[in-house]
Ligand binder design. Sequence first.
Ligand code: SF4
Length: 483
Amino acid sequence: MCGIVGFMGRTDVAPEIVHGLTSLQHRGQDAAGLVTFDTRFRMKKGLGLAAEVFRNVDLKAFAGPWGLGHVRYATQGKDDLMDAQPFAINYPFGIAMVHNGNVTNFNELRKELFEQKHRLLETSNDLELILYTLASQLEQRRLGNLCAEDIFDSVEETQKAVQGAYSTITIIANEGMLAFTDPYGIRPLVMGRKFTKLGIIYGFASESSTFDYLGYEKVRDLKPGEAIFIDKERQSDTKELTVQGRAFCVFEYIYFAREDSHIHGRLVAGERVRMGKKLAETFRATGLQPDIVVDVPASAYFFASGLAEELGVPYRRGLSKNKYIGRSFISSSQTEREKVVRQKLNPIKEIVEGKKVAVVDDSIVRGTTSKHLVKLLRESGAKEVYFVSAAPPIRFPCIYGIDMSIKREIIAANYEIDGIARYIGADAVIYQSLEDLRELYNDLPCCYACFSGNYPTGIGSEALDEIERERVCSKNQQKELPF
Ligand code: SF4
């Protein structure tokens, strides 16, 4: 999961990029970078938060009315500066690119690019692969000036070659700005615009809240397989290219996206309330009745308030959060994650003491955070603790850019629900059912692969094993498994 932005106006866009990246910081905290273009590319990348990377940077040195930005959460590729985005090349065209997602046929394509096009990748970042694939396609069509049709044809061939999930924004020097998505539209990408005295500034961003923040109007979400090209005269053209059906990542609604973003016409906060309300049906079927519903701050608030409303019991903030500690999901190791949880959440004793508490979280991945929270609530006097997950049991790894965990670490891949309750020490564990979640999205085809194992792009067991092996190696987690 990463955050990307791109802007194309008449005046320098570097400040716009930095503000845009700050609004997407929740999507990645490993590295941040920007590139601008006027007559040449100017690039700045660094490890850490956008605010840290750009703190002492004079943005006037990054002149240019076209620009891209990226905040990185390392999945494919390592979390060092070599793999930080944007990437840029000078031949056959000046091209700079950012992306959000994950390529699933990385090794195959890397070999093909080397053997057939003599391109040698310098990094293990899959963006480099998409960039060279597109560049090779553009090169074949470069007789005369590139036109929108050449660019769309090149994107179409790139989409056929590159499998997986990707939302990308590209600057083609002197030509324009291009945005395109994978044929299933797995990752979000939205187009916006702002009217100024100097004309329209076009923008692309991973989430619509970036545009609220910058005073832009949201134009629309990109469709699966769609490409939008804005030429140097700022005329926009669009084409739906390789469309293979829609499979939008449902986890964007559950956890990744900001609650104030709108994706495919739905407010994320509203979706979380709907999921909370739906959970009440499963909760009632257990015959259990909590005295209060509390949330695991801050991402579970809307689920918890929806559940409480539907069950007719009070919602209370029962866990106080130290907001200056980072997201445990994004922390790189198990030891680090446990330390973060300990520092991050503190139960409010007077609220939970003597009560049957339903504690709601967005999901249960490894179970270590849940286990610690149950322990804290019991130590604070909770009579019973029911652990509620707004997401169905996660049983399979995501191969589309969310490095949830390796399969051996995912608790629901290894235990049934009773076993999970015993492991985390809860009186009951209540999950959203996959059927209920699908029912909520019966008008928006989504990806549910981490729950069902049905990967929309298809993937063989050998390729899955390979991804698993690479994750184990790259994260060096063998010593830190919770089971
Ligand atoms: S596997 Fe899960 S997290 Fe990954 S894209 Fe599909 S729904 Fe999203």
